[in-house]
Design a protein around this ligand. Structure first.
Ligand code: SF4
Length: 504
């Protein structure tokens, strides 16, 4: 049977990104760009399946080398231009295959993707879904409504479990895919259906949507849960019931409580609103009663309100200790406290030349950030302005920093008005300098005629970014920091110590 014939039997060819030098795969002649077809004669669906099969010890891997795809005509051309347009590459041929065997050894392969059979999409239409509230025109990947338990296990993304098949459930249990991160929202089944509106036709296993049964069925799997709180729906007494239920399940490790996030783009969507101050205060009051009780009884607070709830309520953030190691930072639980926890580095008394810095952030965090950077204002020559940037893309109702786009900064900052603009690191796509709307930091540098940098995840990192900005903001950006251009940060700090004011 050729590889091409195998493809019709649901193979999921996995493109290989890298081959470790000296590894069994390298010795067998595998190259980046080859694809893995089978392990021990069986198709593989994802990296978890791959790793699981390797655990058998002696395994044979079947590799294919894609051949150059010929161009094929996809329609009837009527003009020369058409001819060009209709010539598309056919799927590459995978007929050239070879195998190699490893015995209790890692083959040394790294893949382009972790899911070979594609991402599992969600079966819901939640009232609070962010994807449904996104304006048009962003890159396609931002509109993907994924709900894949494998990504939950691999990267900690939250899943609803409403799209599981019986096979998925068995796999989670058999392969011990623990922990998982689950969006529960409410333990009241009718209300959950009302808020999440899963499509009956897309639900593979009716048991999977029964949240209590599912949590109980997954009893050997640790679950980190979250509740997206919608005022007037799953808050107040309903929230108490949900907390009570979740805390009764030994496999539920914790529950994060996050308020609904809204944008101005809610056409044809259910009428929901965000929390006002009194409602946020009421929520905290309820949760604090539970937190105290759990801490006394089981040594953990179990339930963790997100930063946004404290800011909405206008109440002080919990101490570092109360976050119990910050396990849910990605979910907006403890980000601000974590930001404040790393103290400032030793600060210079003064910059050799004056510099103006704008710290751009969302409306929600601006006041707290302004207070946090106060010690930096003692540095001579450093002018810091915290600018609350209105979200012009998602609407004023969206106040968190992470959803600011290049467009928002274009509205908020005038060219040449400062030497350095610092944007929140959460506005950038992971590992890139691109914002949500694909505007890059270098574009903003050009347009604003100033240095533009991503700030740090902590106050200490932010201070270092500012000092590094002082080091490299040069005449090309304009106003005032020219002469510090070639001085390394260490030198600036050392100079300051000589002036006798090391610590702000
Ligand atoms: S589960 Fe709900 S919130 Fe998540 S993508 Fe689907 S509809 Fe949106």
């Amino acid at each position: 049977m050729t590889a091409a014939e195998n493809l019709s039997e649901q193979l999921y060819p996995a493109p290989i990104k890298t081959v470790e030098e000296g590894s069994p795969a390298a010795r067998a002649g595998v190259r980046p760009g080859d694809v893995l077809l089978r392990v021990n004669g069986e198709a593989i669906t994802d990296v978890l399946d791959y790793r699981h099969k390797l655990e058998r010890g002696v395994v044979t891997l079947e590799i294919a080398r894609p051949q150059q795809a010929p161009l094929v005509m996809t329609g009837v051309p009527t003009t020369a231009q058409d001819h060009h347009r209709l010539m598309l590459p056919a799927a590459p041929s995978l007929d050239e295959t070879f195998t190699f065997t490893v015995e209790w050894e890692d083959p040394g392969l790294d893949f382009e993707e972790v899911l070979f059979d594609g991402i599992k999409k969600c079966a819901n239409k939640c009232d609070f879904c962010y994807v449904h509230q996104m304006p048009r025109g962003f890159r396609k990947s931002l509109y993907i409504m994924d709900d894949d338990y494998r990504l939950s296990f691999l990267y900690g993304s939250f899943v609803t479990l409403t799209n599981l098949t019986e096979g998925d459930i068995n796999r989670i249990l058999n392969e011990n895919l623990s922990p998982l991160y689950v969006s529960v929202h409410t333990a009241n089944q009718d209300l959950r259906q009302d808020m999440m509106k899963w499509w009956k036709l897309k639900v593979k296993d009716p048991q999977a949507v029964q949240i209590r049964e599912m949590i109980e069925r997954l009893e050997s799997i640790d679950l980190y849960t979250q509740i997206v709180l919608v005022p007037g729906r799953n808050d107040r007494e309903n929230l108490d019931e949900t907390v009570e239920y979740l805390s009764s399940r030994p496999n539920v490790i914790s529950a994060a409580v996050v308020p609904i996030g809204l944008t101005a783009h809610r056409t044809n969507l259910p009428d929901v609103r965000t929390f006002n101050r009194e409602e946020a205060q009421d929520t905290l009051k309820r949760l604090n009663i539970w937190r105290k009780k759990f801490l006394a009884e089981r040594g953990t607070r179990f339930i963790f309100p997100s930063d946004e709830i404290y800011l909405l309520a206008g109440e002080p953030l919990p101490s570092e200790e109360e976050y119990e190691g910050f396990p849910m930072l990605e979910n907006g639980v403890g980000m601000i406290r974590d930001f404040l926890t790393e103290g400032l580095p030793e600060l210079p008394a003064a910059l050799p030349y004056p510099m103006k810095v704008i710290l751009g952030t969302g409306l929600l965090f601006a006041e707290s950030l302004d207070r946090a950077v106060e010690p930096l204002r003692a540095i001579g020559g450093l002018e810091i302005e915290v600018r609350a940037v209105e979200n012009k893309t998602f609407g004023r109702v969206t106040t968190v920093a992470g959803l600011l786009t290049g467009r928002c900064f274009r509205h908020a900052v005038k060219p040449g008005e400062a030497d350095l603009l610092i944007v929140p690191p959460t506005t950038l796509r992971y590992g890139t300098e691109l914002m949500l709307d694909d505007v890059s930091l270098s574009e903003l540098r050009q347009e604003f005629r100033m240095d533009v940098r991503a700030g740090g995840a902590t106050l200490g990192e932010l201070a270092r970014v500012i000092l590094q900005g002082a080091q490299s903001s040069g005449p090309q950006f304009g106003m005032s920091a020219h002469a510090v251009k070639d001085k390394p940060v260490d030198e600036i700090v050392a100079e300051a110590s000589m002036h006798g004011r090391g610590q702000a």
